[in-house]
Design a protein around this ligand. Structure first.
Ligand code: URA
Length: 480
């Protein structure tokens, strides 16, 4: 095991400072990282410094690069790691090279680490990779060239773009292939690219004022966009996600968007009010729902910085347990009821003898609604419209799982199942017959218990147990 090998070459308080020559130079990082791994240099002994970054902090005790032994141990890195790392290296996070090395170091002792979805380093790497891919996607979609004439009167197309990450060089090939017959330049605050029809040259960072800001071809773009824009199919959230406002200023067609959206939004609100909001076809598999909810932005909650959380459990479960919406923990872990409310639920289920693993556990609203306060994300209850919009998904899950009994916990879950608001105290403890022959049981939400203490908590816990025990008994009858 690596930890039992000698740490030769590393003294306490000694740092190796690696200056990365270009912020996107993955190959350089890789070569240095290999050598350092072979010399057994642990992550906390290395400062990875990119251009513009400072290595001075580490000047004290800094050492020359160690020379890897000729017959040094092979460095292990599986394909998944390398492909994510290559992308993540383009991220603007100054800690990215340190993260890559830490993971590479850990991979030597545990080659399966990349399969661990809960590992914080792996999750971070995936996040960086995702951000970079998204930034490249935006660049492919939103670079808009403007026609200018150079001094000799020749046509030259110039675009201004503001990437979030160091993606310019990595995307040169895309634009060379796509616009091979044009002479073009892409100017960005991180550097520029110039194509003369045969070779691509790199140039220094540019300023927005270096790029032209409008030409006659823009009218063409505008009329084209207005003609293909179909308000009935508008998904505002998805559109804003796909076409963030920061790119609008460079896109001639964007001037039309506010008016087009305003009209479509009105129509959509009217449809929600009438309950006629239409979705695409109902998914026929849980995996399809999972995929679809991740793209769903039908209500404002889906437009926050959160992740959809799919239900989990056996597809043929007799019991479906429905909560309100994922919380902060659930959002981060991608699983329902894993945070404090989930732990309390588990305790009570266990107490009455309901096996959670045999139930299908899900939420009526698929995304976490919150307000940001400093570093904390504070839970917000979903509104009736949001619940009603999200009902499509819980109904789709229900149509596939076909539970005999549904336990709705809390008012939001009850509304999600019934389409109307009911009082928990009035309906709890008795089955409500649903049109497909299944039964709905309503009880309090475990996070309600968490907000109480003393005798009030004890009383609510007792009522909760009574409801759960009744559900268990009914499940046994239905099974028999
Ligand atoms: N509260 C819920 O309603 N659902 C969860 O998944 C977690 C907390």
């Amino acid at each position: 095991m690596r930890s039992s090998r000698s740490l030769s070459g590393v003294k306490l308080g000694t740092y190796y400072v690696v200056h990365i020559p270009e912020p996107d130079d993955f190959d350089f990082w890789r070569e240095r990282a290999r050598g350092l791994i072979q010399c057994d240099v642990p992550p906390d002994r290395i400062a990875w410094v990119e251009p513009g970054g400072s290595g001075d902090l580490f000047a004290h005790g800094k050492r020359r690069m160690p020379v890897p032994p000729k017959d040094g141990p092979p460095v292990r890195a599986n394909r998944r790691f390398v492909s994510l790392a290559r992308n993540a290296a383009l991220h603007s996070d100054p800690e990215r090279f340190a993260l890559l090395y830490r993971l590479l170091w850990r991979l030597q002792a545990n080659p399966r680490i990349m399969e661990d979805k809960a590992d914080l380093d792996v999750r971070k790497l995936e996040e960086l990779d995702k951000n970079v891919r998204r930034d490249s996607h935006k660049m492919h979609a939103f670079v808009r060239f403007r026609l200018v004439e150079d001094e000799e009167g020749a046509e030259h197309y110039v675009a201004w773009f503001e990437p979030d990450h160091h993606i310019l060089r990595a995307n040169a090939g895309f634009f060379m292939r796509r616009f091979s017959n044009m002479r073009w330049s892409i100017l960005t605050p991180r550097g520029s690219l110039h194509w003369d029809g045969e070779t691509v040259a790199e140039g220094p960072p540019a300023d927005r004022s270096d790029a032209p800001s409008g030409d006659p071809t823009e009218d063409l773009w505008r009329s084209y966009y207005a003609s293909i824009f179909n308000p009935a199919r508008l998904k505002i959230g998805a559109m804003l996600k796909e076409m963030p406002k920061k790119y609008w200023k460079n896109m001639p067609e964007a001037a039309l968007i506010p008016d087009l959206v305003a009209g479509a939004q009105k129509r959509e609100s009217a449809m929600v009010e009438k309950g006629t909001l239409e979705f695409e076809e109902r998914p026929e598999a849980l995996a399809a729902i999972d995929k679809a909810i991740h793209a769903c932005c039908k209500c404002p909650i889906g437009q926050l910085d959160n992740h959809a959380v799919m239900g989990e459990g056996p597809q043929d479960a007799a019991l479906m347990i429905v909560g309100e919406q994922p919380g902060d923990q659930e959002d981060q872990q991608g699983r329902p009821f894993v945070g404090p409310a989930g732990q309390l639920l588990d305790t009570h289920l266990e107490k009455v003898g309901i096996d959670r693993r045999a139930a299908y556990v899900t939420n009526t609203v698929k995304h976490f609604k919150y307000v940001q306060r400093g570093k904390r994300r504070i839970h917000q209850s979903p509104g009736a419209k949001e619940i009603d919009t999200c009902r499509w998904w819980i109904e789709s899950e229900r149509a596939i799982v076909q539970p005999k009994l549904i336990l709705a916990m809390g008012a939001s879950a009850a509304r999600g199942m019934l389409g109307k608001t009911v009082s928990i105290t009035k309906v709890r403890g008795e089955p409500i017959a649903l049109e497909d022959g299944s039964e709905l049981w309503v009880t309090a939400h475990p996070s309600y218990l968490l907000r109480l203490d003393g005798p009030a908590r004890e009383e609510q816990a007792r009522l909760f147990d009574t409801d759960l025990a009744a559900v268990k008994e009914r499940l046994e009858e239905l099974a028999g």
